[in-house]
Design a protein around this ligand. Structure first.
Ligand SMILES: [Zn+2]
Length: 171
């Protein structure tokens, strides 16, 4: 069975889709709305019109599971709502037994995608490691193990910064 490519805005802003004339693409309404560049938007809308690309909605259970995975990695803070929806859609498609490839240029999207065991296409070709982040207070050195949306140090109130906790090489 053929896999499904789940596309971030970066994939739709380039002519990347032309490399895969027989594949099935999925994206979100929010990502289509991000395409301000007119030729890209028209190209994306054409893919939808001819039935090559589906615009899907994320379900709350998948959004929650993506949130948990991203939070463990310390990526949740930097993922946009569109990013989370896109990954949630990928998770539901994977749950239906399909092979999912997430296509993005966003490190946090790709990092979380890897943790969720999707295949990835890194449009920047720079992603070599899966990173787990830790939040650290630059003032008092307090460390938060789990990256959450919380961005202030619970000890002294300084804004926490992300540090690399561990990195795992991707094959
Ligand atoms: Zn502190």
């Amino acid at each position: 069975m053929k896999g499904v490519f789940v596309l971030d805005a970066a994939a739709l802003l380039s002519n990347w889709t032309q490399q895969y004339p027989d594949s099935e693409f999925v994206t979100t309404r929010g990502i289509l709305d991000e395409l301000r560049n007119r030729p890209s938007r028209e190209r994306a809308e054409r893919l939808v019109l001819i039935g090559r690309m589906r615009v899907a909605d994320s379900d709350p259970d998948s959004v929650r599971d993506v949130g948990l995975a991203a939070s463990k990695l310390g990526d949740l803070k930097v993922l946009s709502d569109n990013d989370v929806s896109l990954l949630a859609i990928a998770l539901s498609i994977q749950g239906a037994g399909r092979t999912v490839t997430v296509v993005s240029s966003d490190f946090s999207v790709l990092n979380t995608a890897t943790a969720l065991e999707f295949r990835i296409v890194d449009l920047t070709a720079k992603m070599r490691h899966q990173i787990t982040w830790i939040l650290r207070c630059p003032a008092c050195g307090h460390k938060e193990q789990q990256g959450s949306k919380e961005s202030e140090c619970p000890v002294c109130g300084t804004k926490l910064t992300r540090r690399r906790k561990k990195s795992k090489r991707l094959d």
